[in-house]
Design a protein. Structure first.
Lengths: 408, 148
């Protein structure tokens, strides 16, 4: 993997300056930067074959159609699914909401239980609260272990005859632990529990094989994996997608309807894609996946682990940095500068050109578990370098001077 | 008057109000009006209370979770407005907002609050520097609304 060559593909990495310093972009868990290959693919659609999909009788529309469906095939191959199991949505949040409102709402009853955990992102908690309100099902939280991980054992101990759905992030967005999903899903299926996977932080960083995992639903976003914002994916086993109701009704998703209110919906995945979809989004996502495949997901995973280990070993030499997830393997570091409020640290890093996230990271229950008000999160992607980590570590060293941000 | 050109003194004032905030304790007294302020860009979560009698702000209190900028700015706000009339307080708020928007303002009126003049260098923190001020405005408009 030639990182310096890779960096040349990213306009945002071409001498971008923030607050007078070269940009060090360590907020990849929030969103990733985009390579020219993706930007050009989107431009190409707008410049050369703008038209809607699934309807025109002319050449341009047929070409757009072909590329949109080619994107679906590319996504399917990327996670080892079938084409008809790939639904384009607006992102992970929309995908999780579609499972909650399209599947869970019609399959859960009073006292049924949905299992979540305290490290989950808001988008994998709030839709379930809403389903509980409507169905009188209940949300239960799997206790995290001492490090903040969900273990198969802890999951097993939470199962009872009411447990119907497990919704879980493959890699959590604050602590970055990868759960033993295969074992958890094996246990779940022994108890007829449907497993929904939030893959927002995993699909961009590690190889994903939904058939091998045997998960029932898998959700992820394009923008965290070099693709555009506004598009994402819901994978569902085909029989489950057939049982899932459309939550977005309109053009493109129906086969026919009449004035008496009779409607015949299309088959999955099309019955979920009402309205004009994010055509540029799907085309951009395809370009992003092609780009990632060319580098290789195994290589990406390995390199990010290397970055993480390097950063942790450097940070551990500092006595003013508290790390909350030293042992997680993904490229996410949750930490605080001692005696500095996380948001003040975030502003301080900004003043040095370093983009990190601070606060709750949408996992608003987790700080209670960590006994902190919030954390700073640095998250890496394959285009980051050890040199950037050195700049970041040097900044951490002087983190006590955080008011410099306002007085330089 | 505090010099705007002494960064070391300004830093000391901010750190002093952050580590030893004034007015940071709520009271359980029905005469006080209270508002909760949540910042969108930060994880600040502050409750603010004021006691207004005869159009005079007799007391100002706050508590909750806040970053250095929100805590120190709210602490200094309390110092500024206690014993002022509602109109005087609103004038102070207006001047402060003008300072953060890099518009002309009355330095003398803002006293220690001038230390936040440079907050606009870090755009995402303007909300932190104004959270107490916005809370106060919301409480004062409640009072004025009640009178009408």
């Amino acid at each position: 993997m030639d990182v310096l060559k890779i960096r040349k593909d990213f306009p945002m990495l071409d001498n971008k300056i923030m607050q007078g310093h070269p940009l060090v972009y360590f907020d990849n868990a929030a969103t990733s930067l985009k390579p020219n290959q993706v930007i050009n693919a989107i431009n190409d659609y707008y410049k050369n074959y703008t038209s809607n999909v699934h309807r025109g009788d002319y050449d341009l529309a047929a070409f757009a159609d072909k590329n949109y469906e080619l994107a679906r095939t590319t996504v399917a191959k990327f996670i080892h699914a079938n084409d008809n199991e790939i639904v384009f949505t607006s992102g992970t949040t929309a995908s999780l909401n579609l499972v909650a409102h399209g599947y869970a709402l019609t399959h859960l009853h009073e006292n049924d239980e949905i299992l979540l955990n305290e490290a989950e992102h808001a988008s994998n908690i709030l839709p379930w609260y809403d389903i509980c309100k409507q169905t009188k099902a209940v949300v239960k939280f799997i206790p995290l272990d001492d490090e903040g991980k969900v273990t198969p054992k802890a999951f097993l101990e939470c199962i009872n005859e009411h447990t119907k759905i497990l919704s879980i992030a493959q890699i959590s967005n604050v602590l970055g632990y990868e759960v033993d999903l295969k074992e958890i899903i094996r246990i779940a299926h022994e108890h007829q529990i449907i497993v929904v996977v939030d893959g927002a932080q995993s699909a961009p960083h590690i190889p994903v094989n939904v058939k091998d995992l045997d998960c029932d639903f898998f959700c992820f976003s394009a923008h965290k994996m070099c693709g555009p914002t506004g598009v994402g994916v819901l994978y569902g086993k085909y029989n489950l997608l057939e049982e899932t109701s459309s939550t977005l009704l309109g053009g493109g998703m129906n086969a026919k309807f009449d004035r008496c209110g009779n409607i015949l919906y299309k088959k999955p995945p099309f019955k979920f894609e009402g309205g004009t979809p994010a055509i540029e989004g799907a085309i951009g996502l395809k370009a992003a996946i092609d780009y990632l495949n060319q580098i290789g997901m195994e290589n990406i995973k390995k390199y990010e682990q290397e970055l993480k280990q390097y950063a942790i070993s450097k940070l551990k030499e500092l006595d003013n940095v508290e790390i909350y997830n030293a042992n997680s393997t993904s490229g996410i570091i949750a930490f605080n500068i001692k005696d500095v409020f996380c948001q003040d640290a975030g502003t301080y890093f900004n003043s040095l050109g370093i983009a990190v996230r601070s606060g709750h990271h949408c996992a608003k229950i987790l700080p209670d578990y960590l006994h902190v008000t919030g954390t700073v999160r640095a998250s890496f992607y394959f285009y980051n370098t050890k040199e950037e980590i050195d700049i970041f570590v040097e900044a951490c060293k002087h983190g006590g001077d955080f008011l410099d941000a306002f007085f330089k | 008057m505090l010099s705007l050109n002494d960064p070391i003194l300004k830093r000391e004032i901010i750190m002093d109000h952050y580590t030893n905030p004034r007015h940071k304790k709520l009271v359980d007294d029905p005469r006080y009006l209270k508002v909760n302020m949540n910042s969108e860009s930060c994880i600040d979560d502050l409750d603010i209370q004021i006691l207004v009698e005869d159009n005079i702000i007799k007391d100002f209190r706050f508590d909750g979770v806040g970053c250095t900028i929100s805590t120190a700015s709210t602490s200094i706000l309390g110092d500024l407005i206690i014993d002022k009339t509602v109109d005087e307080a609103l004038d102070i708020v207006k001047n402060y907002e003008q300072m953060l928007q890099e518009e002309p303002f009355d330095e003398e009126m803002l006293e220690e609050a001038v230390v936040f003049k440079d907050v606009s260098k870090q755009a995402n923190r303007i909300k932190c520097a104004t959270i107490g001020y916005n809370g106060l405005k919301s409480l004062l408009s409640q009072i004025r609304g009640d009178k009408k």
